[in-house]
Structures are given as C-alpha cells and as structure tokens.
Ligand binder design. Structure first.
Ligand code: C2E
Ligand code: MG
Ligand code: MG
Ligand code: MG
Length: 282
C-alpha cells in the first residue's frame, strides 16, 4: 500500500514536471518565433528627468506581447532567454530598436537625448558584443555618446579582467556605461574606482526607504558624494512619491526616474516629455 502510494506520488510529480517542461518548451519556441519574426516584442520607454524638470534620457525596457498569455514583463521571459541563448538575438533586437527610435526622435526635431538599454551577463560573455554594438551604431547613425549600456554589478564583478577590457573597449568607441541597481548585492566603492563607468543608478530599494529611515538617506548621500568626486552621473531609480522627490532634491540628486514622472510607456507617449509639456518644478 505504502509502495503504491509512493509510486502514485512519484507519477504525480513526474507529470507535473513534464507539464512544466512542456510549458517551458512552448515558451521557448514562442520566444524563438517572436525574435525571428520580429512579432510581439515591444520596447517601452521610461523618461529620466533632470533637476530642472527636463527629460535627459529614456531607458528602453522590453515587453513581450505573447499570442495567448498577453503582455509579459521581462522578469517572466528574460531568464528563459538567458538559459537558452536567445538573449543574444533578443538583446541585439532591443539595442537596434532603441537606437532606431532615438534617431527617429532626433529626426522629429527633438533635442538629442540618451537612450539606455539593459545588457545581461550572457550578452557580456558574447565575444561579438563589441562588434554588434558597433554595427548597430553604424547602421542607425546614432552618435555613440547617445547610447548608454546598463550593466549590473554581477556583470561588473564577473571575470574581472575580461570585463574590464570589454568595458574599456566599449567606452573607447564612445558609448556610455551605467551601473544599474547600485547598492544591492556586492556593491563596493572600491571597484567603482577601477570600473570605467559613467553613470550610477541607485537601486530603487533605497529610494523606497528614503523617507522611512535615516540610514537609507545616509547611504544615498554617501553614494552621491562618492559619485561626485569620481565624476559619475547619478540616477535615482524608482521615484514614486513627491516626498521621495523632495528628499532627493535636498540631497542634490541630479537625475531621477520613476512612476512619479512616468511609467515605462510606448514610444509615442514620450513625445509629450520631449515637447516640454510635462515639466516638474521642484
Ligand atoms: P531595471 O533595469 O532595474 O529597470 C527598472 C525596473 O523598475 C523596470 O521594470 C521598471 O518598470 C521598474 N520601475 C520604474 N520605475 C519604478 C517605480 O517608480 N517603482 C517601481 N516599483 N518600479 C519602477 P521592468 O520593465 O519590469 O524590468 C525589470 C528588469 O528586467 C529591468 O530592471 C532589467 O534588469 C530587465 N530588463 C528589462 N528590459 C531588458 C532588456 O531589454 N534586456 C535585458 N537583458 N534585461 C532587461
Ligand atoms: Mg536598467
Ligand atoms: Mg535598475
Ligand atoms: Mg534590475
């Protein structure tokens, strides 16, 4: 009896596992198709606002309009893309699309602004990364300094030597580098000194807590001070409330991004920011 129960339980688990792997396989095939046919993948853009209320850049964030599951956010398919290697063509599509869009805005007569894209560790380990970025810049004609690549600390500290030379090469062609989600994980001021980055993005967890505790405020203040002396730009991520904005203003934080200003939106919704109709006084 016990044995039969055990076996049933085993069957139950294998069935569940089979379903999971079928679902995964389906998702993988769907994603493959979406990338190959350029169908269903979209970029949304979130403005970055400077202290004077003007838009200085946008971050491109990928979404997938799945044929049956609806609009999917990166956390639900980027890991799969990374495991299957699909992140390479997906990442190239993201960068190309973002650069094209930025050129489009410029052609419409808006002042030049930076566009940033997120790079995964896997893209960083791809020996063709530099070449891919260069050919996208060439193809689109986007001035390199208007492209910003966001990497996380995990990327920055993995394979330190290799990473360092790749970062230096990317920078030597003129693209800007940002360290995303700074302050979580293994953040250290020590390697900030040695990494050739231009921009620090303070993780949203600190911004969330800024009005709740002194410690978060002190950490943000310290990051801003170090960034200033190392000549990095700083972006505060995840600004949601006017109280948070007021605190950041008091600390002289130069650039902000978050739902308070705008959620990530389709390209045409960015126009109102570019037309200067959406200014914040603070
Ligand atoms: P991230 O690069 O740190 O992007 C910021 C995330 O915070 C975005 O989530 C954005 O929608 C969200 N966010 C912005 N403002 C606020 C706010 O005020 N409050 C809160 N709670 N959240 C805010 P999203 O779009 O779901 O992206 C999640 C992560 O997925 C990104 O984090 C990034 O690491 C990754 N990702 C997005 N697009 C790409 C891509 O094209 N390639 C790669 N490799 N990763 C991507
Ligand atoms: Mg980012
Ligand atoms: Mg971030
Ligand atoms: Mg993140």
């Amino acid at each position: 009896e016990a044995k039969r129960q055990g076996k049933n339980r085993f069957d139950f688990f294998t069935e569940k596992m089979q379903l999971q792997s079928i679902n995964r396989l389906e998702m993988e095939m769907d994603l493959h198709q979406a990338i190959n046919n350029h169908s269903g993948l979209v970029l949304h853009y979130q403005p970055q606002i400077s202290y004077d209320g003007s838009i200085v850049g946008v971050e491109a964030l990928v979404r997938w309009n799945h044929p049956t599951k609806g609009l999917l956010y990166p956390d639900s398919f980027i890991p799969l893309a990374e495991e299957t290697g699909l992140i390479i063509p997906l990442g190239d599509w993201v960068t190309l699309t973002a650069c094209k869009q930025n050129i489009q805005w410029q052609k419409s007569g808006y002042p030049p602004m930076r566009i940033s894209v997120n790079l995964s560790v896997k893209q960083f380990q791809n020996p063709h990364l530099l070449q891919n970025i260069q050919s996208i810049l060439q193809k689109t004609g986007l001035p390199p300094h208007l492209l910003e690549l966001e990497i996380t600390e995990t990327v920055a500290i993995s394979h330190a030597d290799l990473t360092l030379s790749l970062l230096n090469s990317l920078r030597s062609i003129g693209v800007r580098l940002a360290l995303d989600d700074f302050g979580v994980g293994y953040s250290s001021f020590m390697y900030l000194r040695s990494f050739p980055i231009d921009i620090l993005k303070i993780d949203k967890s600190f911004i969330r807590d800024i009005t709740l505790n002194q410690e978060s405020q002190a950490i943000i203040q310290a990051i801003l001070q170090v960034a200033k002396s190392l000549r990095f730009k700083v972006v505060a991520e995840g600004v949601e409330t006017s109280e948070q904005l007021a605190s950041l203003k008091k600390l002289d934080c130069p650039i902000m991004q978050g739902y308070l200003f705008s959620r990530p939106v389709p390209a045409d919704k960015i126009d109102i920011f570019l037309q200067g109709k959406n200014q914040w006084n603070y």
